[in-house]
Design a protein around this ligand. Structure first.
Ligand code: HEC
Ligand code: HEC
Ligand code: HEC
Ligand code: HEC
Ligand code: HEC
Ligand code: HEC
Ligand code: HEC
Ligand code: HEC
Ligand code: HEC
Ligand code: HEC
Length: 408
């Protein structure tokens, strides 16, 4: 059969309504365009009306800054906002953000850490990205960093230095195992939560550490804890105990005690193999008593450098730090629900004071991990950034109308 190809035939193949018809893809494009605009307007409306926020920011100001309201210009500069980057100088008008480390290679912008418009979130919470701009690959002005150079998360955090080195350099003798184990003493019998008043800046310590008044546990003193069981008896004849002090202070005290005693008890002269004169008796008794102090009584807890006997002996410094993790800001009061042994298991078996009884990082990782279903593992949970000892005073420059949302 021959093909019949007339103009009419060909013309009938063309759909003359083509341009007027809506095919699925263009149809949906139109619907989505309109719907998209409506949803956006609705969303802006909900934000503007229902949640009473300024719609063109991404969220409310942090509670500490909420008083500023629509005074956008105090942070964004004169043009009141949109599109304008926030300059460090705007922040500096109200408060100082002191340096972190003098050896840092650059001074990061405030907003690289303190991101606004996140609503009810503290400006210093969850700002790891700000820290990692340096700590993921740390460089210093002086060259090789003194601390671990690659820390990009708590999961990849190095072990605590104090835990890894197993001994510390204390001159004190002490035996936890004897007191806790054999004598069944409780930790709290010797270690009370620190009640010491904090420096003027309240929550920020002199060295920059953020500490509550219960952050640290006290190390017992001799006078506060040990004295009742370990009295510094000089001699059976004397009722007074030796003062707990340097040998150069104890020595004249001991001499005076024996001098007073023999004046009151002259009948004791010549007894116990002591020489006859009062002066010789005192010298004899002092020498014997001080030999005992040096070799037994004080030496139970101390070591000495004693070139010429007790009077000139020097006590090896006890050198027990109040704060062990000086680079972190551990706080006992945030962990008071735990037993002491959960973190200080070694305390029950340690027999020498030089043992380090502190927990390793594995203990912390049982609770502190990334994600919302755990205790925080953000760098700022455990570390202070600013060196607050270098904070500069701010001279206020605003009048109330310029900053309070209540005075529009
Ligand atoms: C307390 C200071 C502060 C105030 C007040 C403030 N902002 Fe911001 N704003 C910031 C910071 C910080 C950023 C984030 C850093 C940047 O982008 O420079 C930011 C970012 C923005 C952005 C960029 C998008 C975003 O959310 O990240 C917009 C838009 C904005 N602000 C609008 C406003 C408007 C409008 C107001 C007034 C209602 C306002 N801001 C008030 C500090 C402030
Ligand atoms: C108009 C003054 C003003 C400006 C501008 C301002 N702040 Fe504040 N800021 C305050 C006041 C007031 C507080 C609450 C009192 C305090 O802690 O000093 C505060 C608190 C803070 C806090 C602690 C509260 C929190 O949520 O963590 C941080 C951090 C902070 N500001 C950072 C900044 C940064 C960064 C900028 C610049 C983007 C800035 N501020 C701009 C007045 C201001
Ligand atoms: C601009 C770069 C920079 C940023 C950002 C930075 N650091 Fe550092 N950090 C350093 C330098 C440099 C050192 C000192 C290294 C050295 O001593 O060799 C340091 C030291 C430290 C140390 C050891 C402290 C000590 O006393 O020796 C800690 C902990 C620390 N930073 C935590 C943080 C945290 C947490 C953040 C984020 C809130 C942060 N850093 C942000 C540069 C930075
Ligand atoms: C009889 C008093 C006494 C008792 C009871 C006692 N301690 Fe101690 N503790 C000390 C003394 C003294 C020091 C300082 C000397 C030293 O470092 O061992 C100390 C130091 C510590 C240290 C820090 C020093 C380091 O080397 O790590 C920790 C941690 C500690 N004790 C935990 C405990 C725990 C936990 C218990 C209970 C299981 C406990 N102690 C019971 C007296 C006591
Ligand atoms: C409740 C009484 C009591 C208290 C409080 C006490 N101790 Fe003891 N301590 C003892 C007894 C009992 C012994 C074992 C008998 C002995 O050696 O005298 C002992 C033994 C010691 C020893 C020798 C351990 C060994 O290895 O044999 C040292 C060192 C010591 N105590 C230091 C201290 C220090 C430091 C304090 C204060 C922080 C203290 N003690 C508080 C009762 C106490
Ligand atoms: C039962 C244990 C014990 C006995 C016994 C003891 N001390 Fe101490 N001594 C301590 C403790 C604990 C400290 C650290 C805390 C404090 O100052 O009370 C200390 C601190 C000292 C210091 C301060 C040194 C420093 O580095 O902090 C001197 C000096 C000292 N003792 C001298 C003596 C002399 C002298 C004797 C004997 C007459 C003596 N002690 C007996 C437990 C003892
Ligand atoms: C759960 C608590 C915790 C978290 C989270 C944490 N750290 Fe640490 N970090 C510590 C403690 C404790 C030390 C040991 C301090 C010491 O030895 O004085 C330390 C030590 C450091 C040091 C010194 C290391 C060295 O070589 O001496 C740096 C730097 C540091 N951390 C940075 C960071 C950074 C960056 C982050 C976030 C990615 C972070 N840390 C998260 C607790 C923490
Ligand atoms: C969640 C773990 C944890 C628990 C629970 C805990 N500690 Fe600690 N403890 C630490 C860490 C970490 C340090 C080092 C902190 C520092 O000095 O920076 C420390 C330090 C200490 C010190 C040395 C002084 C100081 O405060 O730095 C003593 C003493 C001490 N702990 C006793 C105790 C006693 C007693 C308990 C029980 C009431 C206890 N700890 C519970 C983790 C813990
Ligand atoms: C039983 C779980 C648990 C363990 C183990 C634990 N923590 Fe915590 N820690 C918490 C909780 C819960 C908080 C409070 C919530 C928060 O700040 O995320 C906290 C808070 C903290 C804080 C902030 C304290 C404050 O209030 O400023 C620091 C710093 C900290 N922990 C360090 C450590 C270190 C270092 C270790 C290991 C030696 C450790 N934690 C072990 C559960 C734990
Ligand atoms: C690398 C991150 C980082 C940078 C950059 C940074 N901060 Fe901070 N800032 C923190 C952290 C973390 C805290 C929480 C307390 C601390 O660590 O000192 C904080 C706390 C603060 C506080 C609140 C102190 C309080 O009382 O709670 C103020 C105010 C502040 N910063 C201002 C500034 C200013 C202004 C700048 C810029 C000059 C700045 N910060 C730059 C991380 C940073």
């Amino acid at each position: 059969m021959a093909r019949i190809r007339t103009t009419k035939n060909l013309g009938q193949r063309v759909d003359r309504t083509y341009l007027k018809r809506l095919y699925p893809i263009p149809l949906w494009r139109r619907i989505l365009t309109v719907a998209g605009v409506l949803v956006a307007l609705l969303w802006l409306g909900i934000y503007a009306v229902a949640r009473n926020q300024t719609p063109y920011t991404s969220g409310a100001l942090t509670p500490a800054h909420a008083f500023l309201g629509k005074k956008c210009a105090v942070c964004h500069g004169d043009s009141a906002g949109i599109g304008k980057k926030v300059d460090d100088r705007q922040c500096a008008a109200c408060h100082d953000g002191p340096v972190h480390q003098a050896s840092a290679t650059f001074n990061p912008a405030c907003v690289s850490c303190h991101v606004e418009h996140r609503g009810d979130v503290r400006l210093s919470a969850g700002i790891d990205a700000g820290c990692l701009q340096c700590h993921a690959n740390l460089h210093t002005k002086t060259g090789v960093p003194a601390v671990a150079a690659k820390i990009d998360s708590f999961a990849n955090h190095p072990e605590f230095a104090k835990k890894a080195s197993s001994k510390d350099a204390t001159g004190l003798r002490f035996n936890h195992q004897k007191h806790v184990g054999e004598l069944s003493q409780k930790c709290a019998d010797c270690h009370a939560p620190a009640e010491t008043a904090q420096p003027a800046s309240q929550h920020l310590s002199k060295g920059g550490g953020r500490v509550s008044s219960h952050a640290l546990i006290t190390i017992p003193t001799y006078a506060g804890v040990c004295l009742p069981c370990h009295a510094l008896t000089i001699d059976d004849k004397l009722t007074e105990l030796a003062p707990h002090d340097k040998p150069e202070v104890v020595h004249p005290f001991v001499q005076a005690q024996f001098t007073q005693y023999i004046a009151a008890h002259p009948g004791d002269l010549g007894k116990d193999g002591a020489p006859g004169s009062a002066k010789a008796w005192v010298d004899f008794k002092v020498a014997a008593a001080e030999k005992k102090l040096l070799e037994e009584t004080c030496t139970r807890c101390h070591t000495f450098t004693a070139p010429q006997g007790f009077a000139t002996a020097a006590v090896t410094p006890t050198a027990i730090p109040a704060r062990w993790f000086t680079k972190g800001s551990f706080d006992h009061s945030a962990h008071k629900e735990l037993t002491c042994a959960s973190c200080h298991a070694k305390a029950a078996t340690s027999t020498v004071a030089a043992d380090v009884l502190l927990p390793g990082i594995g203990v912390c990782r049982q609770c502190h991990a990334a994600g919302s279903a755990s205790a925080g593992a953000s760098c700022s949970t455990c570390h202070i950034y600013h060196d607050w000892s270098k904070e500069k005073p701010v001279e206020g420059k605003y009048v109330i109308d310029q900053v309070s949302r209540l005075n529009p």
